[in-house]
Design a protein around this ligand. Sequence first.
Ligand SMILES: Cc1cc2nc3c(=O)[nH]c(=O)nc-3n(C[C@H](O)[C@H](O)[C@H](O)COP(=O)(O)OP(=O)(O)OC[C@H]3O[C@@H](n4cnc5c(N)ncnc54)[C@H](O)[C@@H]3O)c2cc1C
Ligand SMILES: O=C([O-])CC(=O)C(=O)O
Length: 339
Amino acid sequence: MKSMTVVVVGGGVVGFSTAVCIAEALPYCSVTLIADRFTPDTTSDVAAGILICSPFPDIPLEQQQRWFKETIDHLLPIAQSEQASEAGVLLSSGWQIHKELPADKVPFWSAFVLGFRIMTDRELKRFPDHKFGQAFTTVKCECSNYLPWMEKRFRKAGGQVVKQKVNDLQELSSQGYDVIVNCSGLGAKSLVGDSQVYPVRGQVLKVQAPWLQHFIRDGEGQSYIYPGMHSVTVGGTRQVDDWRLEVDPEDSQDILERCSSLEPSLSRARVLGVSVGLRPSRKNVRVEREMVLLGSRQVPVVHNYGHGGWGVTLSWGTALEALGLVRKCLHEMRPRARL
Ligand SMILES: Cc1cc2nc3c(=O)[nH]c(=O)nc-3n(C[C@H](O)[C@H](O)[C@H](O)COP(=O)(O)OP(=O)(O)OC[C@H]3O[C@@H](n4cnc5c(N)ncnc54)[C@H](O)[C@@H]3O)c2cc1C
Ligand SMILES: O=C([O-])CC(=O)C(=O)O
């Protein structure tokens, strides 16, 4: 008999990662995941899913390193197992190139990807507008496969999935959940009234170009080409506070021009589709717990949202952090329980 109940709000990569971590680590908890949108209709489905990131300004770098390392250490064995194609997790090698010397020639995650090194002059020759580059192998985690695979894993661990919009945390408290975990991404803006969360619109194209084997990412990620399992993702845009979910044909044209200047053969590639997602951005990702008065009850709420453009990259690491916070909440509620 399960003695404690935990509800996770969010059906994207952060919600499913968190729900799986909790359900697998705490078998005596009954875990329910609630979301109003599931794959293929989440922001996570739009992500290229490449593990790469820029640091958040006010979170200790060691903590961000740990999140990156935990995520790649979780995904690498999947990429190298017989589950790889079903889970949508693959290794991806390529180049990050810069027109100017970057502040961090060696990014904070360089030790966790494979074979990180500075590009040679010979390699840089094909990018005459670029002065500097980094070559490495990382993981690409394609959420259109990964999310259904994670859902199976969650159900196998006893988790339950409900499709429903949560208008107010009070609704969850009334249903008697012991702990609420908030992985609602951009939804946190209204669900918990967080005015620090804002959208950064991203548009990407999927093209057929099976001859491309290496990723190319230009500096700050304005333009990128990411070969994947069935197509190549080319992007992107970063439009701050832009809520438009519809495809902008001018953006598509601009993306194709920018990416073809990096990889001329793309001008011959067939476009398979175009998608738009709103990155759930925040100055700093929020992974913390608080007690919230809901009706007459003080209910522990663990937040895990605001990952911006790095939600896949940090998904497992921040999920483990959230699991630790859930454990603490349960400890405090049942001091004698063996948690
Ligand atoms: C074009 C583009 C490319 C990207 N590429 C990458 C990349 O290569 N690597 C990378 O790491 N990241 C990338 N990202 C960023 C990544 O997509 C996000 O950081 C990540 O998807 C955030 O995941 P999430 O689970 O927090 O949010 P979402 O995927 O948006 O999920 C939020 C979930 O919460 C649910 N929800 C919200 N509010 C409520 C509510 N009130 N009631 C019920 N349910 C609710 C939603 O229905 C949804 O299921 C990219 C993003 C874009 C747009
Ligand atoms: O920046 C990248 O390379 C991909 C990404 O995370 C995004 O578009 O948000």
